[in-house]
Design a binder for this molecule. Sequence first.
Ligand code: TMP
Length: 254
Amino acid sequence: MARRRQLYEGKAKILFEGPEPGTLVQYFKDDATAFNAQKKGVITGKGVLNNRISEFIMLRLHEIGVPTHFVRRLNMREQLIREVEIIPLEVVVRNVAAGSLSARLGIAEGTPLPRSIVEYYYKNDALGDPLVAEEHITAFGWASVQDLDDIMALSLRVNDFLSGLFLGVGIRLVDFKLEFGRLWENEEMRIVIADEISPDSCRLWDIKTGEKLDKDRFRRDLGRVEEAYQEVARRLGILPEAGVRDLKGPETMQ
Ligand code: TMP
């Protein structure tokens, strides 16, 4: 592929200019960070697996009418996406207490929540992505009341759908993070799911054993990190054809 311009480099992904206006190429790295990048590492093969897993989930969401930025996977580490205006929020949906909710409110990890809880964090690395209320979001203009209505409805739909999808492969969807973007089409704006949905952005526990199959293995030094991502891909039926040997994938082409 021809050389192309890099537009943005994040902690786990790089965005390149796309082949036509309104598109971008999203490249998945093996780099992993935690605790606002205080902890850094590499999870070999993660980029290849997250590219596949996120593709799989975005396609399933498209099938049930949930709009996303995903267009198509290009190769082992890259996918074509629609260029959107990212809403500066990390939207977390929780079904079971874990992570920062457990720490903040003193609720033991693993406690089922009486109902699904949706939280908003302001996407700002310098501030460590603080928890914010709808009041902050609308007052500071990060999103409108109508945007938040759409975001809440989409988040709950995605939660119901993904909870069932993972349950079908023996995995409990404990919580996950979504990002949203504004997509403009002939003067009309739609809110769509952006970024990725993968074991980097979800907590996934084996239904029977409770084993963690997500990035918490990296965050908490639990070992067998690569294997956990592979296991999620395997259960979803999407390990790369050549199997685990294939995971390093091609290098980025710039
Ligand atoms: P938390 O319990 O640390 O707030 O995380 C909630 C969910 O959000 C969990 O599934 C991991 C995901 N997450 C991200 O995707 N990115 C982040 O930067 C953080 C802190 C969490």
